[in-house]
Design a protein around this ligand. Structure first.
Ligand SMILES: [Mg+2]
Ligand SMILES: [Zn+2]
Length: 237
């Protein structure tokens, strides 16, 4: 990334870092990879209905996964195939060293985040939807849907970031994400957004600036430049 693309991050405001999990902190998207493998036909059918507006993002997820029979030991084996972004550990370390609060904001499930932390020997705070087992079957619940946002997700990132802002009015909120459905509202709410995959063109369409990135190492490079660089906010109009 060239110096010109470096955003100005104020050094006199406390940083708060929010990060999407699926496809951002992890390489693969847990839910969508699982749906492609286990439920290819059902996924296709429901996705069409999502695209025509018949489902919200959450009602699509619920229709897809609620009641799914997928024993814990099979889920465990599947989760072992999920890789973390090459900069994931470094971002956690950087935030810890800099005393910067770090939150995973996920429209996936708490169960999977708990297991993936244990498997990878890492530890982070998170907001996510709820999954529990009833025998071998999944029971899923939305954690924080918004009636006003319009994102339709089970865990509205705009509302979560806005509620942190209310309790930390000086905070400079950063959101890192990759998906137009679950990350757009949080990316717009944040003071600074890092975007890749479908989130980047969605931010362009919405007329919001963002910093493009490939791995979380790129994000760390920008965040750690905060007292060094001055320049334009974001890189696109
Ligand atoms: Mg994602
Ligand atoms: Zn939202």
């Amino acid at each position: 990334m060239s110096e010109m693309n470096m955003p100005t991050i104020p050094s006199d405001r406390p940083l708060l870092v929010f990060c999407d999990f699926d496809g951002t902190f992890s390489v693969q998207d847990v839910g969508s990879t699982l749906a492609h493998r286990l439920l290819p036909e059902k996924r296709k059918r429901l996705w069409k209905r999502f695209e025509t507006g018949e489902f919200t993002a959450w009602s699509y997820v619920k229709a897809l996964f609620h009641g799914l029979s997928f024993p814990e030991k099979d889920l465990e084996r599947f989760l072992e195939t999920i890789d973390l972004d090459p900069g994931a550990q470094a971002l956690l370390d950087w935030c810890r060293d800099e005393d910067v609060p770090f939150w995973i904001l996920s429209d996936g499930f708490d169960w999977n985040l708990e297991r993936l932390q244990a498997m990878n020997h890492i530890d982070f705070d998170y907001h996510a939807n709820h999954l529990e087992y009833e025998g071998d079957r999944w029971r899923v619940d939305a954690s924080r849907p918004s009636e006003t946002c319009g994102c339709g997700t089970g865990s509205c990132k705009r509302e979560i970031i806005a509620s942190y802002r209310r309790s930390h009015p000086d905070a400079y909120c950063v959101h890192i994400g990759n998906g137009r459905v679950s990350d757009l509202c949080g990316a717009i709410e944040a003071d600074l957004a890092f975007a890749k995959d479908s989130l980047a063109p969605a931010m362009d369409e919405a007329g919001h600036t963002y910093v493009p990135f490939e791995t979380l190492h790129d994000v760390i490079a920008v965040l750690s430049s905060r007292e060094v660089f001055t320049g334009s906010q974001g890189v696109t109009s």
